[in-house]
Design a protein around this ligand. Structure first.
Ligand SMILES: *Cc1c(COP(=O)(O)O)cnc(C)c1O
Length: 404
């Protein structure tokens, strides 16, 4: 069976994890701080805070921004549940918009969903392809939209507009107008979960890139304290002789990254551009070459005039398949010993959101793309031979079920 997305763990990673374990410091410490600095260098920004997941990091940002009951946060209907769950955790309302032909949030639709309650927008760089951040920025800074914004605290007053919080769980290493994700909007959160492009088993990072007069290093400190119970000194600082005294300035959260996990991330980021990204791109392009010439398929965008993906997922569509046919095709592919997946079941179809009154018929592109989508394996250890097997099996299965 060809698996869908196993992690690539080799001796280099195992050695570095052993080094961390042997160092005597296993929680947040020097390796985590070095990892943060390397992410910041990679993104060409100043401040990055490592955390224990995307979910915890992005929720921390919403809490820091003051999101609560009565607020609205705009999210795409076509994403992983985490994007909207964090809004619900804060007691606010996720307002959903449909996607466009690139699977990213339809930016023009965002405009019609903005109200005086809108405090943040969470665009998702789905499959690794960045959203149109310039167009989004234009919309939220247009005079009529900005005049609608009602700041409710000092941070909101300082920005004076809706916050853009990018869900870059898929897009570490992707580019928009030649700039890396992490540097494209106010705050970007990455995921380093086991299936993502760059992994620490579980983990995430908050890239802080707020415009002036924000001091991004000061925001880093605020978020860092909030990620450690609101405590003014972390465990490492308290190990300095006589330095035991601390205060808790707010009832904070607990979502710091550990040095054990950061040690995996340090190895991964060190070979990200030279090995991981090129391998994914090669597989992505092999699939596109094979499926583009067949009228049955719609292939995803890896690169266009303004963007380059991180090639995290390969979202293939069987253009004219019904939901039943798509499901039969997946069954057939699995019977041929290839693992595939579906990204994503739109949020309105999930019980949690169905029960909150969302309706898939309000999001026609999400519905159509979900019903026709099949995600193909894409990962470091996939061999050229396996790629050819996957192409063969997918084509055979699709033509068998679609009857052509
Ligand atoms: C994986 C994922 C997340 C959640 O990441 P965690 O690190 O597991 O919390 C959020 N959004 C999207 C789009 C994802 O794919």
């Amino acid at each position: 069976m060809i698996p869908f997305s196993p992690p690539h763990i080799d001796e280099e990673i195992i050695n570095e994890v052993s080094n961390a374990l042997r160092s005597g410091w296993i929680t947040t410490g020097p390796r985590t701080k070095k990892f943060e600095q390397e992410i910041a260098n990679y993104c060409e920004i100043e401040s990055v805070l490592a955390v224990n997941s995307w979910t915890a990091g992005a929720e921390l940002v919403l809490r820091w921004w003051g999101i609560g009951p009565g607020d609205e946060v705009i999210v795409p209907a076509y994403t992983y549940c985490a994007t909207a769950n964090i809004v619900v955790h804060c007691g606010a309302k996720p307002v959903m918009v449909d996607i466009g032909p690139d699977f990213c949030m339809n930016i023009e639709q965002v405009k019609s969903k903005i109200t005086p309650q809108t405090k943040a927008i969470i665009p998702v760089d789905i499959a690794g392809l960045p959203c149109d951040y310039i167009r989004l920025q234009e919309i939220i800074t247009s005079p009529e939209i900005q005049a609608m914004f009602l700041p409710a605290n000092a941070h909101q007053e300082m920005l004076g507009r809706i916050l853009i919080l990018s869900d870059a769980a898929h897009s570490f290493g992707a580019k928009y107008l030649n700039k890396a994700t992490g540097s494209l909007c106010d705050i970007t959160v990455f995921s380093f979960h086991a299936v993502k492009n760059l992994t620490t088993a579980e983990g995430g990072a908050i890239a802080i890139h707020l415009p002036s007069p924000f001091d991004n290093q000061a925001v880093y400190k605020e978020l860092n304290i909030l990620s450690l119970h609101g405590q003014t000194k972390d465990a490492l600082a308290k190990t300095q002789i006589g330095n035991w005294e601390y205060d808790v300035i707010d009832a904070g959260y607990k979502c710091n990254m550990t040095d054990i996990l950061a040690s995996i991330g340090l190895i991964e980021i060190g070979r990200y551009n030279s090995k991981i990204l090129p391998k994914r791109k090669e597989i992505f392009n092999s699939y596109s070459d094979a499926f583009q010439s067949d009228a049955m398929f719609e292939t995803p965008i890896g690169q266009d005039e303004t963007r380059e993906s991180s090639y995290h997922l390969y979202l293939l569509r069987v253009k004219y398949a019904t939901l039943e046919q798509r499901n039969l095709i997946i069954q057939e592919i699995f019977e041929n010993r290839v693992s595939v997946n579906v990204h994503y079941k739109p949020l309105p179809l999930l019980t949690a959101y169905l029960n909150r009154g969302y309706n898939l018929t309000d999001f026609p592109i999400s519905k159509q793309y979900w019903e026709t989508e099949i995600s193909l394996p894409i990962y470091f250890d996939l061999t050229e031979e396996q790629v050819q097997t996957i192409i063969h099996v997918v084509k055979k299965s699709v033509h068998k079920i679609m009857g052509e």
